[in-house]
Write a protein that binds this ligand. Sequence first.
Ligand code: ZN
Length: 282
Amino acid sequence: MDKKQLEKDFAEFTKDQDVKDWVQFLDNTGYRYSPYNTMLILMQNRGRSDKERAKFKCVCHSYGAWKKQGNQVMSKADMERIYGYSCNGYAIYVPISCKKEVEKTDGETETRYFTRFKIGYTFDVSQTLGYADYLDKEKEINEAVYERAMPFEAGKEILDKVEGIKVEYGDDEKAYYDRSKDLIHIGSGQKRNGGTVLHEIGHYLTKEIGKEENYAVNEILAELCNVHLHRVFGYKFNYNYSKIWASRTDLKMDFDKFAKLYRATEKTVDEFVESQKLKQAA
Ligand SMILES: [Zn+2]
């Protein structure tokens, strides 16, 4: 796979897309690739045959990682025999750290470290010998995941431990974060759950990142925090909500910006959880 071609295809692929096309990658239950790599996988899948696309689950791991899980990526011959066709893995960017000696003006040399990206390959579960087994268990897996949705009380427990924020509970339907007062308001409406609370915490956490951004961008930031907080605390996020929300926004953003915001929110959440020792406390 040629790197230049991959980049060109990617720019073309994401050009007419929107945030709602990108939140789907959050559903990926395989290795948690970066937004960029996940979109690369989805892009390549779009160009594959109907048969292959019908089997695809976007549950991807490297050859070695599948092996560690007791599964095996199919050989071309296996695939021909079982499916009647064969296909390649999906190209992704793999970071490699490099160093080089640089000569300084005073004649001394200095070691500089930098990251380069090389092309590696990842494989969907449909490209492994364990696919039939996966399909058997899929319903069970999805149901187990559903049961891990965060209840309201768990969200509240986390919120009560957040320092530096005022919390107000009301008997209305609203939930919001008031930036000027650093205040989170949570109403007792029927539809609230742990995610409602974490979304508002997300607004609080991203107030700096989102300072110069508009309303729609701030909603994305809060929602990305919500997703990551669920993950950190071991709950399954209900992506359907994000998808509905994202399909309502007509926000135009380029993919690089989205990926950058995504990374920034993850970092913010991780630092926050670490600094507050929230993980152990919860
Ligand atoms: Zn919001």
